[in-house]
Design a binder for this molecule. Sequence first.
Ligand SMILES: [Zn+2]
Length: 304
Amino acid sequence: MKKRVLNAWPSTRASPQGEWVSRLVLETTALPGDIQVERFCEGQGLDHVLKVTLYDIGLTMAEDDILVADGLIKTVRIRAGENSRSVNVEVILEHPVEPRVLANPGLPSTVEIILPRDPLITLFTGHRIGIDPGHGGRDPGVRGPVNLLEKDVVLQVAQELSSLLKQSGAEPVTSRQGDVELDDDARRRVLSEGRAELCVQLHTSADKDPMVQRYRLFVKRDCDKSLALGTELKSALKERMGINIPGHEFIEDTRWSIPVVRIEPLCLSHFVDEANFRAPLFRKRIAQSIYNGIARYLRKFGTA
Ligand SMILES: [Zn+2]
């Protein structure tokens, strides 16, 4: 029987040695005859491409473009090679890394492409990232059609985001950890005492019309860094979640001394958005998108 690639999936995990890695696993009926790895740059020097060719093996799964957007891998393209006697896997990366490829015999066999997430740790280490989930306590914020509350939604996103940042070596500074009520001054004070260098305020949108899905972004007026951060968050949410934020509005509060943006990546008055949010994977994706936006901002403006 001819050897075949059956399936492919990405994941991130801490390796048994405690190393944090992105992984692409290819499930196969038997191991390929040979595996070759090439690295090159594509486009404006921003994308690093890893080309892995599996020889003497065909493709059973459909040719596919897998959107990963985990902060290191952007996408994975899987194509059948010439005469269906090889399989080409192209991994599009945001940072150059040295891959390891493991061939694990078994039923099924797997080929693992392992990518250390060190560039993200280098990028984030030492950065103090402010996270300000809105509302709390007696102030619930928006109430969804089935009673999901904005104060709880934004707190959960803040917690997911905070753990991603910690894993990357950053120091998240969060205005509230629990269901407590804080005024604007108290929020600013927590962030300033934690020496946050920027602030992402988390809210959800709402509309009087329950059929409308709208998403909003606010940036500090006359602040180039706020605008840059907001723009990165917007494009990361579009890329990962398909969320369209039409433009941006302004935060009129002039008391913020650091770049600040307010993002509303969920329309809680819409029943689909409310239902989606109850899935843990969806919450993780929103947090991952915000993380990706912060990472791209830091690559441009991150030198302290
Ligand atoms: Zn709000």
